[in-house]
Design a protein around this ligand. Structure first.
Ligand code: ADP
Length: 267
């Protein structure tokens, strides 16, 4: 009996390279007449058994605002993950490409899309751990979906996983994550606040020109990112709520959806 999550190599056609990430190359492909994105996993970065088990969990997570994992191809070497194809690539690049052309409606819609995907993860007791505009993707009809959930745990590169190291996403991380790696849905909420900041800053990097150590220090001193020029006051207040020092003082994603949906129109 075959595992339902196992993608047969003969059913998978690989096409051209579309990107490269933490785990290796990302290729375009076709699987059962569907266009897919295939992530090739550099073997030394992944513990096989643990990863397969987790892929099973990830495949059960299914929501229209999450990039769907269709299956894993473990018979292929390197092992690969088969995902829903997202025509317009990652959100951070998309924001930069669309600079000056994004309406208030569109920006708010992006934040809502992400909050809906994240509320589903929160409800499933699944922590993303690396939410940022670079880890969201844009579909052919401009819907934004959350990608790479849970994947940060499989990166065995200390440079990335230790908060003291250069590649750790300090600029998206809650203080309790920087201090003692305490991840929770509320630390995802902090990251979501930074993602809203990225959207309304049209893809600028948060705390540009500042080192991770400087950012950690200014967070300790109670300083936060400033209101982006394009951000309405209501959205900025939500960002600040996401950046409360104590995790329990931050809103849940369920509440954020409600708050975002009831903001006054600013056109
Ligand atoms: P990693 O998370 O391992 O660093 P990414 O997920 O960022 O890798 O993938 C690298 C690039 O590949 C992305 O920036 C994007 O352009 C492309 N990509 C990844 N997943 C998809 C997908 N599902 N559909 C279309 N393009 C994708």
């Amino acid at each position: 009996l075959k595992d339902q999550w196992e993608v047969e190599p003969e059913e998978l056609t690989l096409g051209q390279e579309i990107g490269s990430g933490q785990f290796g190359l990302v290729l375009e492909g076709t699987w059962r007449e569907t266009k897919v994105a295939v992530k090739m996993i550099r073997e030394q970065y992944m513990s096989d058994e643990e990863f397969k088990e987790e892929a099973r969990v990830m495949m059960k997570l299914s929501h229209c605002k999450l990039v769907q994992l269709y299956g894993v191809c473990t018979q292929h070497s390197p092992m690969c993950l088969v995902f829903e194809f997202m025509e317009k690539g990652c959100l951070s690049d998309y924001l930069r490409a669309m600079k000056g052309q994004l309406s208030q409606d569109v920006m708010l819609g992006m934040c809502l899309d992400v909050s809906e995907g994240m509320a589903y993860l929160e409800n499933s007791n699944f922590i993303h751990r690396d939410l940022a505009a670079r880890n969201c993707l844009v579909s052919h009809n401009n819907e934004v979906k959350v990608s790479d959930f849970g994947m940060a745990r499989f990166v065995f590169d200390d440079q990335y996983t230790s908060s003291q190291c250069s590649k750790f996403p300090v600029k998206w991380s809650a203080p309790e994550v920087i201090r003692y790696s305490k991840f929770s849905s509320k630390s995802d909420v902090w990251s979501f606040g930074v993602l809203m900041w990225e959207v309304y800053s049209e893809g600028r990097l948060p705390y540009e020109n500042r080192s991770n150590a400087e950012v950690a220090e200014s967070l300790n001193a109670g300083l936060r990112l400033l209101k982006p020029r394009l951000s309405p006051d209501g959205v900025h207040q939500l960002m600040e709520w996401c950046w409360k020092e104590k995790p329990e003082d931050r809103p849940s994603f369920a509440l954020l959806i409600h708050e975002l949906a009831s903001l006054p129109n600013v056109n």
